[in-house]
Every structure is written in C-alpha cells, then in structure tokens.
Write a protein that binds this ligand. Structure first.
Ligand code: ADP
Length: 572
C-alpha cells in the first residue's frame, strides 16, 4: 500500500511540493473535524465536575463555529491544491507520452499496441487524475490521524495504547490480504479492457468490410464474447473482494468493542475517571475510522497501481535511437544508397542484401509481386524501422549517423492511406511547414490541384475536416496530402502509388499534382501500374526480399524476364 502511494507521489514530478502542502491542509481539516468531539467532551466534563459557567459555554460555542469554518476553508484549499495538481501532472504526462510515442519505431504501432495506447490515454490516465489524485492527501492524512489516535490511547493508558496497536495490526493483515486480492483481479480486469478496446477498434475500422461480406453476425459475436468476458471478470472481482470488505468491517466492530470493554474494565478498577469513560464513549467509534477509510480506498489504489504499470509499459517501449549528431550534406552525387541491406520485422529476414543507388534528381521505381518487400524498402529510408545489416546512406552519410530531424527535413512521403487531422484544411496542409505564409499554403494547394474544391467548402481553407477526413472524397484527401508534401518541398520524395481506383477526373488531378510534387526531386516510387513508370531512370523488380532484376523499361523488356512478364500481364 505504501509502495503504491510512493509510486503515485513519484509521478507528481514538479508538483510534489504542492501535493505535500495538501497533506498538511488535509490533516488540519481532519483535526478540525475531530475538534467538535473534543469540545463536547470538555463541556460534558465541566458539567460533571460542576465547573461550567456562562462564559465557558459561550467560548465552547464560539470554538465550535470556528472549527466548522476552518474545516470548510481547509477542505477547499486541499481540493484546489490536489485536483489542480492532478490535472497538471497528467497534462505534463500526456505531453511526455506524446513525445515518447513520436520517437517509437512504426513497428510499435502495428503490433497490437494501439489498444494499449488508447487505454492508457483514455482510461488509465483519466482514472488516476480523476479518482486518485484527489484522495491522495486524504490517504496521507488518514495515516497521520491513525497514528495520533494510537498515541492518544497511550497517553490515556499504556494498556489502551497496546490494545489499539494490536487492533491496527489486525487491520494491516486484513488490508494486505484485500490488497493482494484486489491487485490480482485489477490486472486481469485491465487486460480484458485492453482486449475489448482492440476488438472495438477492429470492429469499427472494419465496418466497411463487415457490411460488404455480411459478417455482422460473426464479428458482433466475437465482440459480444469480449463483453461477456469483461462482465464475468468484473463479477469475479466482486465475489472475491466483498468478503474482504466484510472482514474489514468486522475488524472495525470487534476492535471498537474490545476498546470499550477494556476502558470499562479500567473504569471498574478505578484507573479511569468517569470523565475518561465519557471521553472514550465519544471517541470509541472514531478510533479506527481512519484506517478503515484508508483501506476503503483500496480498489481505487489497486486499479491505480495496474494503470501505472501499463503507463510504465508504454513509456518503457524502446525509442528509435536518435543518436546521430550530423546534418545531411547539402549536395552529393549519389543521393540515396542501399548497401547490402538486410531487415526483418521479426527474426525472419524480409529483405536480404538489397543494394542499389539513386542519383540526385532521378526516379527509381520499385515493382514486383505483393508482399515482395517494396514498402519495406521505402519505409526503411525514413527510419520507420532500423535495419539489421548493411547501410542506408543519403548523400554519403549513414542515416543512423544523421539526426532524425535533419533526415525528415529531406524526405516527404505520399502514402496510399491518407490521414487528415480533425482540424482545418489550412492546418492540415500547413502542418508540413508551420512557418509557411498563407500565400505559400494556398500556392501549394493550387499546385496540388486542391484549391478549387477547397474554395467550394463552406469556410474555404478554414473548414474543419471531419474525424479522419470523412467529409472529403478519397481523391481529394490524396491531393491534400500531396499539397502537404509540395509545401514541405524536400529533395527526396517517396511515393506509394495509389491502388484504389478513383474516378477519371480525380485520377487526372492526382497525376498532375504528383507531377508538380516530383519536379526536380529524387524519387522512390512504389509502383503498381507499370505504365506510369515507363520513364523511370531505374526500375527495380523486388521479389521475396531481393532485387531480382534492374534496369530501364527498355532494358528490362529486352531481357524478357519477370518485368516483361508483368507488363504483358497488365496489358492483357
Ligand atoms: P510489398 O510492399 O511489396 O507488398 P511489404 O514490404 O509490404 O511488401 O511486405 C514484405 C513482407 O513483410 C511481407 O511478408 C509482409 O507480410 C511483411 N510485413 C510488412 N509489414 C509488416 C509489419 N509491420 N510487421 C510484420 N511484417 C510485415
């Protein structure tokens, strides 16, 4: 339990001082809550000893009002300190997480980790900031209060002190058992929640396919099963946990009764005065409320511990090493060079000894059967993954020796699958170069053949695009992504030719946009339609992770090998 508290405090970073201050205010609030009881005890003692006067009565009344007012004030200060700190801690943490995710290799995002990232951001962090940070100060205050109660018992009588200590020990045993039970189930519950998130994302993303192939029944059966598992685990948790809560309450009742019996015994032996006896009656059911309330927060804390584990897991994912200090040279005869490159997503090699060179300003096309390794070759250039063996050089420098920033400043990519942010059209283009002027952004849009359709949108460039770019057609989204690249204006362009069919108008516009983008650039094109690359300076036929043929269109046609066969197949 202390370990969890320490971990939570550990994440508070630069807000630690603020949180420590809230322990004090929370403790003062706790004392103010108990003070009326003490005042009542004093008042009754005065009556019993016949020493009560009008003035005394007035003072007690006034003190009561002050206590209640101070309690409200300190409660307010604690809330302000804690809840604001909670939100600020997680604002920092989200920014750090964003920075970390940015540096992870692309592979991380394709290995079933999307559900984990989504749960960490939307469930775990929100849970801790909303449920846990606010009670942190109370928990610490509970510990201090319980300690004080035990000390108070020792002050009254050492036997009372020893007995209260033994009862606190019993609470600790029950509490730790609760902690283990709750911990075990929290981990399982969260794993189930993660699977459920993955399943829901998969279901939502695949809705088009599901409807086309009429798989709704089958897919929703899988989803229903996940919901049922999640429900079963939640019920399992309740079944295992509720006996623990009962035992905790029982310990509280038995503990308080023992303390009452002991004080009765001490009174009967003449050790306690009648006033002490009355005082005990006042405090009896308050003796162990702090530790009971402390363990009452257990489920929250164990969920928090499991959440922290997952947050740590995401933060522990190894970032792509950005150790290169060099800047890319401004020019070089050979712009890109793959030198015996081998690579595998797993242990198995996907690329084996791939070597080729691209001169500045030339176009190289990658063609070949699906799954041959074309996209892999292209994505390695942008360091989406790091290679196993060999070297990839840009203008003579190994890309691992160059800073990621410098490398990315030289490369732009047009993917088949375009992602637009839920933001204005303007920002979606300007993201490529935030310091660009409005004229430059509009000029890029014109070159990418998007200007006309953008001007027809309700707010022109200031129209907010729906989530995932839903309100634009596929061809329009593609052109906006090309406008981004035109604005970025890098010397190297990687182009993954779209396979999805678009209407003739869109196709022509996209081709024009691409021609604008590719002017005077070094091009690496993943080609699916061979007629678009007939003019390429170099065509590489990639199959089974190797370059099996290379040359110009004419040379390869003369060879009458794989390429010529592919051309004849597409022509027929
Ligand atoms: P192409 O672009 O020629 O269709 P890819 O480069 O996409 O081929 O794929 C080459 C091989 O690598 C295929 O066997 C594919 O299944 C595998 N592959 C591609 N991407 C990943 C990935 N993210 N994780 C694991 N394997 C992958």
């Amino acid at each position: 339990m202390f370990k969890i508290l320490q971990r939570i405090i550990g994440i508070t970073g630069r807000f630690k001082a603020r949180i420590r201050a809230s322990y004090i205010t929370s403790f003062v609030k706790g004392v103010m809550m108990k003070a009326p009881l003490i005042l009542c005890f004093l008042a009754i003692s005065s009556f019993m000893q016949n020493t009560m006067t009008k003035e005394k009565c007035l003072y007690y009344g006034l003190a009561l009002v002050v206590c209640v007012a101070l309690q409200a004030v300190f409660e307010h200060i604690t809330n302000v300190l804690m809840s604001a700190a909670g939100y600020m801690v997680f604002a920092d943490m989200r920014l750090n997480l964003g920075d970390h995710l940015r540096k992870l290799p692309m592979g991380y995002f394709t290995e079933g980790n999307i559900g984990k990232i989504s749960s960490v951001l939307s469930t775990d962090m929100v849970f801790i900031e909303e449920n846990c940070m606010g009670v942190l100060s109370e928990l610490v205050a509970f510990m201090i209060s319980q300690g004080l109660m035990v000390v108070m018992m020792f002050v009254m009588d050492y036997r009372m002190g020893l007995m209260s200590l033994a009862i606190v020990g019993a609470f600790l045993i029950v509490g730790n058992y609760m902690l283990r039970t709750s911990m075990k189930h929290s981990v399982v519950k969260q794993e189930v929640a993660e699977d459920l998130t993955n399943e829901v994302i998969d279901f939502a993303e695949g809705m088009g396919i599901i409807k086309t192939y009429n798989l709704l029944g089958e897919k929703s059966k899988k989803l229903t099963e996940e919901f049922k598992t999640s429900c079963d685990k939640a019920i399992g948790f309740e079944k295992a946990y509720s006996p623990c809560v009962r035992t905790l309450y029982l310990t509280f009742g038995i503990g308080s009764s023992i303390m009452l019996a002991l004080s009765g015994y001490l009174y009967s032996e003449g050790i306690f005065t009648p006033e002490y006896m009355v005082g005990m009656a006042f405090f009896l059911f308050d003796l162990f409320t702090a530790i009971k309330a402390y363990y009452g927060h257990m489920p929250r804390l164990t969920v928090t511990a499991a959440s922290l584990d997952r947050i740590d897991e995401v933060f522990a994912a190894e970032e792509l090493k950005d150790l290169g200090k060099k800047e890319l040279p401004a020019t070089g005869d050979v712009e890109i060079e793959y030198d015996n490159v081998s690579f595998g997503y797993t242990q198995k090699d996907v690329l084996k000894d791939v070597s080729f060179k691209i001169k500045a300003g030339e176009m190289t096309a990658l063609v070949g059967p699906s799954g041959g390794g074309k996209s892999t070759i292209a994505s390695l250039l942008a360091r989406f993954w790091d290679i196993k063996d060999g070297h990839i050089r840009v203008r003579g420098e190994d890309i691992r020796d160059v800073s990621l920033g410098s490398l990315m400043d030289s490369i732009s990519m047009v993917f088949q699958r375009v992602y637009l942010f839920q933001d204005t059209v303007y920002n979606n283009i300007a993201i490529a170069r935030p310091d660009a002027t409005r004229e430059e952004v509009e000029e890029a849009a014109k070159k990418a053949r998007c200007y006309d359709f953008i001007m027809q949108l309700p707010d022109g460039f200031d129209t907010v695009i729906g989530e995932g770019g839903a309100s634009l057609s596929g061809g329009e989204k593609q052109r906006i992504s090309i406008a981004r690249c035109i604005l970025k204006d890098t010397p190297i362009v990687i182009l993954d030719e779209a396979t999805a069919s678009v209407d003739a108008d869109n196709e022509r516009a996209i081709q024009e946009a691409i021609s604008e983008l590719c002017k005077n650039k070094t091009l690496l094109v993943i080609a699916h339609r061979l007629k678009t690359i007939a003019d390429a300076d170099q065509i590489l036929v990639v199959s089974d992770g190797k370059i099996v043929e290379r040359g110009t269109h004419a040379e390869l046609m003369d060879k009458n090998g794989t390429y010529a066969h592919m051309v004849s197949l597409q022509a027929s």
